[in-house]
Design a protein around this ligand. Structure first.
Ligand SMILES: Nc1ncnc2c1ncn2[C@@H]1O[C@H](COP(=O)(O)OP(=O)(O)OP(=O)(O)O)[C@@H](O)[C@H]1O
Ligand SMILES: [Mg+2]
Length: 233
């Protein structure tokens, strides 16, 4: 479904991503693990066309997307939830969902309507008229995910969704993502390995702009040496 092939991405003259390759297959949850500053967000931004790679290729469902602008990449069916929750603060919950609503590209599977999204996030259903800017961090994170869902992506890029959330909210988020993963493929960047490994099928570990290790999530859950070597717990 998604194939990132030997990409190199720069911020000005800083060479950040060095020959990064990864794949996400249909129906998979793939986690990108690694410490602060290793390049997880830059990988997401490279896929979305926000920081296009200088070399290498990105393919999505057979389309070469690394030369497309972000809005075209989004319309092909990739939804992006950036690490800095981007709700429209001056719009209500309902309005945030309304502006993002789009039908699904692939005719497979059910559509995420506002009604379905409210069922998934009962907290949001209680406050459709609340201004997004007045909500807590956890509520804004839920709204950002809800808003991306009503855009009906086939692949969801989630950048550190658990960051800064209270433990109870993280558990709630985990339940929500377990529902979402039944119908949408996910690439999940996380420093919280426990959280990521409880959702993921497969993982890549990044260090200094490179993917240094790839394995089934189960293998990483069981392999203490790898956990210690890459300090992912
Ligand atoms: N706008 C920018 N300009 C210059 N360098 C940047 C910029 N954004 C990030 N970097 C650098 O790129 C490297 C990778 O950053 P990136 O944000 O991709 O890491 P990350 O794995 O997402 O980290 P975190 O866990 O903190 O979110 C870091 O060394 C960072 O300092
Ligand atoms: Mg990041």
């Amino acid at each position: 479904m998604l194939k990132v092939d030997t990409i190199n991405t720069y911020y000005g003259s800083s060479h950040i991503l060095q020959d990064v390759s990864l794949t996400v297959n249909q129906g998979e949850v793939v986690a990108l693990l690694g410490r602060n500053g290793v390049g997880k967000t830059t990988t997401m931004r490279s896929i979305m066309g926000l920081t296009p790679p200088r070399s290498g290729e990105v393919y999505y469902c057979g389309h070469k997307i690394n030369t497309l602008p972000p809005y075209r990449i989004n319309r092909l069916g990739i939804g992006y939830v950036p690490e800095d929750r981007q709700v429209f603060p001056d719009l209500t919950v309902e309005e945030n969902l309304l502006v993002a609503q789009r039908s699904r590209n692939s005719k497979k599977g059910e559509e995420w309507t506002r009604e379905k999204v409210y069922e998934l996030f009962p907290e949001l259903a209680k406050m459709p008229n609340r201004l997004a800017g007045r909500m807590s961090g956890g509520e804004q994170q839920m709204l950002t995910i809800a808003r991306t869902l009503v855009g009906n992506p086939d692949l969801l890029l989630l950048d550190e969704p658990s960051e800064g959330l209270a433990p109870k909210v993280v558990l709630n988020l985990l339940d929500v993502l377990k529902v979402i993963k039944k119908s949408i493929s996910i690439l999940l960047a996380e420093q919280n390995a426990v959280f990521a490994l409880s959702l993921a099928d497969r993982c890549y570990i990044m260090e200094k702009g490179k993917t240094v290790y790839e394995a089934a999530a189960e293998e990483i859950r069981e392999n203490k040496d790898i956990q210690k070597k890459y300090l992912i717990f």
